[in-house]
Design a binder for this molecule. Structure first.
Ligand code: AMP
Length: 395
C-alpha cells in the first residue's frame, strides 16, 4: 500500500511516497517557486539518482501533474502506474473547531478548510489547491486531510480561551488552537512505545525554526503554547512568541506601522533573529555565541529560559509525568540546548546524562538513571503520521 503525502504551501509543494508495508520512503521531493519565474522540481527516488527538472510551473495543478508524471517516468520514476498509489494524505494547517481527527475529504470538509481561510490565510488556500488538484488528476482516489490543529482540539476551554470579551469568541472563534499537532501526535505515540506505557503523561517540546510545547495527559493534549496563530508562546527563529500586547499599539504609533507591518515584524524579524541580529539558525547562533557574540548568547538564553518557564507551568497540570520529549531541528540535534533546558529543571529533580545526551536525530532516553522524569529525544516524522492516518481512514 503506497501513500502519497502532500504538503502544499503557497509557492512550494513537498511530497513523499511511502510504502506502508515497511514504512519505506520510495521517493520524496519538492516543487519550488510555483507561479514564480525559475520554478523547478527536485525529485529524490530512493534507489536512483536525484534529478532537478527546471520548467514553468504556473499552478499547484501543474506542480502535482509534474510530480505524478515523474513518479511513473520510465527512467527516473519509482512506480509503473499511478494505480500503485492507494490514497493521498494532505497536510492542512487549520481545521478550526470542527476537526479533532484526520478525515476523508468530501465537499463538507473542503467547506470547512475554506471557512478557515481567515485563520490560516497563507496555508489553507494552498492546502485546498493541493487537494483539488489531486481530485482532478487522480479521480476516484481518496484524499485525507490531516490538520495541524486537530491534536489540540481536546483542550479544555480554561486553556483555550483568551481573557478578552467573550463575544470575540462567539463572533470570530478567537481562541487558542495550537499547531504542529501532527508532530506532537507522532512524538507522543512514539514516546509511549519507547516508555512501554500505553498512555503516558508527557510534555512535548517541538523546537525548530517554529517551536511549540504541548502537555499530553494520557494520550490527549490538554495544553499547548501556540495560539490563534503560530505566533504565540516560545521565542522562535523569527517569531517573537509571548510579548506584552500593549507593545503593538506602542511600536505602531512610534514607528508609524500598520497592523500588517507589525504582524510581519513579529513573525519574520523577531525571535532569536531579532535579538541576535545574526541569524534565525541555531547552528549559526551557537557558533556566534561561542565566539563571544553577546547578543547571540542572549538570544539563546532567552530561548532556553522561555522553554523552561513553559515546562515549569505545564508541570502543574499533571499529578505525575512520565517523560519530557525533545523533537524537531533544535530538539533533535542541539546537545547544548537540551543540556541547558535540563539544567533549568533541576528543581523538579530532572537530570540529564551528558554521555547519553551526546546524540543527534535518534530515538534515545537521555536522562540520568536517577532523574525523576525521563528525558527523551524523539525525531518527529509528520509525513509518516499523515500516511498512517491516511491508511487508517481508507483501508
Ligand atoms: P526545523 O524547523 O525543525 O527544520 O528546525 C530547524 C532548526 O534546527 C534550525 O534553526 C537549525 O539551526 C536547527 N538545527 C538543525 N541541526 C542542528 C544542530 N546540529 N545543532 C543546533 N541546531 C540545529
Amino acid at each position: 500500500m503506497n501513500i502519497l503525502v502532500i504538503n502544499s504551501g503557497s509557492s512550494s509543494l513537498k511530497f513523499q511516497v511511502i510504502n506502508m508495508a515497511n514504512e519505506e520512503i520510495l521517493a520524496k521531493g519538492l516543487v519550488e517557486r510555483i507561479g514564480i519565474e525559475g520554478s523547478r522540481l527536485k525529485f529524490e527516488p530512493a534507489d536512483k539518482e536525484k534529478i532537478v527538472i527546471d520548467q514553468d510551473i504556473p499552478s499547484h495543478k501543474e506542480a502535482i501533474e509534474l510530480v505524478l508524471k515523474t513518479l511513473v517516468d520510465e527512467k527516473h520514476g519509482i512506480l509503473s502506474s499511478l494505480d500503485e498509489i492507494t490514497a493521498i494524505g494532505h497536510r492542512v494547517l487549520h481545521g478550526g473547531e470542527k476537526y479533532s481527527e484526520s478525515i476523508v475529504v468530501d465537499e463538507d470538509v473542503k467547506k470547512v478548510i475554506r471557512d478557515c481561510f481567515v485563520l490560516g490565510p497563507l496555508h489553507n488556500p494552498a492546502n485546498l489547491l493541493g487537494i483539488e488538484a489531486c481530485e482532478e488528476l487522480m479521480p476516484g482516489k481518496k484524499n485525507v486531510a490531516v490538520f495541524d490543529t486537530a491534536f489540540h482540539q481536546t483542550m479544555d476551554p480554561v486553556n483555550y480561551m483568551y481573557a478578552l470579551p467573550y463575544e470575540y469568541y462567539e463572533k470570530y472563534r478567537v481562541r487558542r488552537y495550537g499547531f504542529h499537532g501532527t508532530s506532537h501526535k507522532y512524538v507522543s505515540k512514539r514516546a509511549a512505545e519507547i516508555l512501554g506505557k500505553d498512555k503516558p503523561n508527557l510534555i512535548i517540546c517541538h523546537l525548530g525554526n517554529g517551536s511549540s510545547l504541548s502537555a499530553v495527559k494520557e494520550g490527549k493534549c490538554i495544553d499547548t503554547s501556540m495560539g490563534l496563530t503560530p505566533l504565540e508562546g516560545l521565542v522562535m527563529g523569527t517569531r517573537c512568541g509571548d510579548i506584552d500586547p500593549a507593545i503593538i499599539p506602542f511600536i505602531g504609533e512610534k514607528e508609524n506601522l500598520s497592523y500588517q507591518d507589525i504582524d510581519t515584524m513579529m513573525n519574520k524579524k523577531s525571535g532569536v533573529l531579532g535579538i541576535s541580529g545574526v541569524s534565525s539558525d541555531f547552528r549559526d547562533l551557537e557558533t556566534a555565541a561561542e565566539e563571544g557574540n553577546e547578543r547571540a548568547r542572549l538570544a539563546l538564553d532567552m530561548f532556553v529560559t522561555r522553554v523552561i518557564k513553559y515546562i515549569g507551568a505545564y508541570m502543574t497540570e499533571f499529578d505525575s509525568i512520565d517523560g519530557i520529549c525533545f523533537t524537531a531541528g533544535v530538539g533533535e540535534n542541539s546537545i547544548e540546548m537540551r543540556q541547558q533546558i535540563a539544567e533549568g529543571l533541576k528543581i523538579f529533580g530532572v537530570k540529564i546524562d551528558e554521555e547519553r545526551n551526546n546524540v543527534r536525530g535518534k530515538d534515545t532516553i537521555v536522562s540520568a538513571d536517577d532523574s525523576t522524569i525521563k528525558l527523551l529525544v524523539v525525531p518527529t516524522n509528520e509525513e509518516l503520521m499523515i500516511a498512517k492516518d491516511t491508511v487508517e481512514l481508507t483501508k
